[in-house]
Design a protein around this ligand. Sequence first.
Ligand code: AMP
Ligand code: MG
Length: 416
Amino acid sequence: MTPLHDVRTMVLAACVVGAPVQATRHVAAGLVLASDVVSGENVPPFANTAVDGYAVRSSDLHTVPVELRVVGELAAGAAPSIAVATGTAIRIMTGAPLPEGCDAVVMVEDTERVGSDSVRIHKSVPAGSAFRLAGSDVAIGDTVIAAGTQVTPMVEGVLASVNAKTVSVYPRISVGVISTGDELVDDGSALEIGQIRESNRLMLLRLVAEAGATPVDLGIIRDDEPSLEHALRTAVNERACDVIITSGGVSMGDYDVVKAVLSRIANMQWFQIAMKPAKPFAFGTLTNDRGVNVPIFGLPGNPVSSLMSFELIARPALRNMMGFGAASHRPEVLAIADEDIVRHEDGKIHFDRVRATWGSDGRVHVRRTGAQGSHQLASTSVANALIAVPDGNGLQTGDEVVVTFLGPDAGPFTAK
Ligand code: AMP
Ligand code: MG
């Protein structure tokens, strides 16, 4: 058996980041910047008021209350035409440029209008009050977003604020997903003896999308060598997939046609990984018409095994290809086992699916979600995290264990 770490290292070495492309902000959303973004503009572009109030000269407010003559009004978007002279004020709305002559803004809440052309100021304020200087968010020449940063909604906002219309990003990869097996049915028809409902493809396509790549549904392929070879070649050529993920047919069965076909047409390595679930696993490359070596992940067919090999091996590799780096990017915390997690020595790491919740002690606590068999997806579906239980006799109640959350929206949630 090969240690998981060794398999992951080998896979990551073959799944390298793509060449950067120039993309609009819309296309860049979710991707990773390949170059620094340097601002050509000040944000804000001009000094402007942070509040609704009156633009004043602070030297007029040494003794308050004081009455000032209101000589004008400025809304956001208007250009100032009159200066603030001694003894005068200009009514000003949030975001409007500061007029000449003023050095502070008094909040409207600290003023009282007197007739139509005067205002009584009740509070003295120092120079510089309640306005924002040009460039106080971003200055011309600032590296506003560094290469390697993901274009999050906040980053998109910043890019818009500095008028960066296109940016250099690592491209999104497209990932074809194929399920294999004569027993699989996905059309809702009544099951004949021996048939089962196909579940891996939908799950894997969604996991691919959640990892930030473009999922390509390549359907169910029967356990038939010519059909599978055709599907794989179409995927890397006509459909131009950057990666292929297959499920099923990589273990020791007599009808493991994935093994037969990939051994013949691709450059593959076949593993028995020292982990449970998901021991069988294949990785290699299939060369497309353009001479590009397309990575292929052969995941085992049992649904929980498929999920685990995706999470622990394929996902980091897809993310690496899109510039996220080799880390898993799943949040991890040190949690407390709320039950004994019994296992026996078998040379493998066991990945158990758990529910992580906040305890009243302020710590995260975990319990297994139930049946841990590799075909038992239902109990996995209520898990929000994984724990790695090292080889040995397991964990005892109260032991600390690292939990890895299964998604960006996964807990720890408060226990019901
Ligand atoms: P295999 O890896 O092809 O030997 O399949 C292992 C087990 O997983 C068998 O019980 C299959 O019926 C099941 N299986 C394989 N592919 C899928 C799939 N796409 N959806 C649900 N179960 C599957
Ligand atoms: Mg099969």
